[in-house]
Design a protein around this ligand. Structure first.
Ligand code: SGN
Ligand code: CA
Length: 531
């Protein structure tokens, strides 16, 4: 049994850096008919922080290039807005209640059928580099090099099945280097490759690459409309959540140089914890090289000094925190974009682009100040949606955009189809290849089902399930026994809960019937009964 806990390796192993790519000889290229499949997944990348979707925050020319030369999904949703669960859905093509990984505290049962295992039977070489976060050791891969738990931005550690090694440098660059190395090693093997490239960025604590801190200053970002949300008319869930920008750690999250740990008065979204967040940041800082530290200090020290010289208070402090956070978050996205550019260039240079399906997405969305929040978990739009673009020049028409409702559940079937395989009946999604020629099929799904399971954990989001159609969203916070209904066309910001409003009885009853039919369809025996 290889359900060994990865964290154990993190503690147990002290081995130093060794190369972990398989040592195959590169021979001349023998083009295989099956496409190479490169699946890039980042961690917590909000759709609006990608310029194919919105120019408000950042330009991401390389990510946009995938969309422009392929297809962009404007309404792509997760089934459970959390890291491990989203990854398990991708690997299995099944909802959390079927694949068994419902929340980050679960352990993935790697003995079940997964995408890489299926692809191996078709002759694929399978590999994953980067964030894993499924606790048990990866199965079904010819080669892997995965981060420990959440992973680190600087000098990150990787586990390859034998050793845990720390690699000097910046995570996003290193993971991309590892990916390119594998492609390079395998390109003459005659085997098609399935490569999962899982970045840590832009996950908390949003440490930028020092190369993006040179010759630059803080930018100013407009507050989202709902930044000062009072959660009126909502269930208690919104008020109970512990993920407000104003509660962010001053040190760990916002990179202030605290004079001592006691100055950290914020909870950071974990009221139960007594940990010293500032030391977390210091640990990461200590793993930087002297040169990296110098550039880091040159950028952050003056920001910290300015803060202490004239400490903002009240709303000004909250706004300062938002802006500070956004500057770092977006820099980590920039590094993702640069590195995707590097990967695309590599494919071009080696003549591999044409027969490669490349997919870019995030494990889930993220709140960037909407409702005053950061983080995810809620079925509200910013965390329910994920960016999703694909390019496969020989099969996908250029510059397609679709507004149809698609899910991360559909990705495993899409990849199997692209590899020329049948989609197993037990998979619960549908292949997205039906959109590749620029048309939508008549019978595509018109509603999606969502179920979030964690409770009493980081950020205190209540358990809930619900249904989203093109127009409405109905959410049941079942421990609270309370509902929310939104008209997404009239109220895209989801601040006007219509559930208890007169005039919506009929629509509520229709949506409840449809919700019940989705629960039956997807066999969710973990969903509580409701009237
Ligand atoms: C960490 C973060 C949380 C985050 C979870 C889950 N805190 O615990 O803010 O919600 O990960 O994120 S941190 O201070 O340790 O960074 S997930 O994307 O992995 O599901
Ligand atoms: Ca995540």
């Amino acid at each position: 049994m290889s359900r060994i806990i990865l964290r154990v390796f993190a503690i147990a192993s002290t081995s130093l850096l060794v190369s972990c790519t398989a040592g195959k000889t590169v021979t001349g290229s023998k083009t295989s008919e099956k496409p190479n499949i490169i699946f890039i997944m980042t961690d917590d990348h909000a759709k609006k922080a990608m310029s194919a979707y919105s120019h408000d925050l950042i330009e991401t020319p390389n990510l946009d290039r995938i969309a422009r030369e392929g297809i962009q999904f404007n309404n792509a949703f997760v089934t459970n807005s959390l890291c491990g669960p989203a990854r398990a859905v991708f690997l299995t093509g099944k909802y959390s209640h079927i694949n068994g990984f419902r929340a980050n505290f679960d352990t993935f049962d790697g003995s079940q059928p997964t995408l890489p295992k299926y692809l191996k039977t078709e002759g694929y070489y399978t590999a994953i580099v980067g964030k894993w976060h499924l606790v048990s050791t990866p199965q079904g891969f010819d080669e892997y090099s995965v981060m420990i738990d959440q992973g680190e931005y600087y000098s990150p550690r990787f586990y390859n099945g034998k050793d845990t090694v720390s690699v000097k440098g910046y995570a996003t660059d290193i993971i991309t280097d590892k990916a390119i190395n594998i492609l390079e090693q395998q390109k003459g093997s005659g085997k098609p490759i399935f490569l999962m490239v899982h970045q840590k960025a832009p996950h908390r604590d949003w440490m930028p690459n020092v190369t993006d801190l040179e010759n630059t200053n803080e930018k100013y970002y407009q507050l989202p409309e709902t930044f000062f949300d009072d959660y009126k008319n909502r269930t208690k869930a919104a008020t109970m959540a512990d993920m407000r920008i104003e509660d962010m750690f001053l040190g760990y999250d916002l990179k202030l140089y605290l004079k001592n740990a006691k100055e950290e008065t914020n909870t950071g979204g974990d009221k139960n914890s007594t940990k010293n967040s500032y030391n977390w940041l210091l640990n990461e800082y200590e793993s930087m090289t002297a040169v990296q530290k110098e550039i880091w200090d040159k950028y952050y020290k003056p920001i910290s000094d300015a803060y202490y010289a004239n400490k903002p208070i009240g709303d000004e402090l909250v706004k300062w925190k938002y802006n500070r956070f956004m500057n770092d978050y977006l820099k980590t996205v920039k590094s993702v974009d640069d590195n995707v550019g590097r990967l695309l260039d590599y494919l071009d240079k080696k003549g591999l682009a044409e027969n490669t399906l490349i997919i870019y997405t995030s494990d889930q969305g993220f709140f960037l100040g909407e409702h005053g929040w950061f983080d995810k978990r809620f079925m509200y739009e910013p965390s329910l949606t994920m960016p999703l673009v694909m390019r496969y020049p020989s099969k996908i028409k250029k510059n397609i955009k679709t507004d149809e409702l698609v899910q991360n559940l559909d990705l495993a079937p899409t990849i199997l189809k692209a590899a020329g395989m049948e989609v197993p009946d037990e998979m619960q999604g549908n292949s997205l290849d039906v959109f590749f020629r620029g048309k939508s099929p008549d019978n595509w799904k018109d509603k999606i089902y969502y179920h979030f399971y964690e409770s009493n954990a980081w950020h205190q989001v209540q358990k809930h399930f619900g249904i989203r159609t093109k127009k409405y969203k109905l959410i049941y916070f079942y421990d609270l026994k309370d509902w929310e209904l939104y008209d997404l066309e009239k109220d895209p910001n989801e601040i006007n809960n219509l559930y208890h409003k007169p005039g919506y009885k009929k629509i509520v009853s229709q949506l409840k019937t449809e919700l019940k039919s989705l629960i039956t369809k997807y066999k969710d025996s973990t969903a509580v009964d409701f009237e």
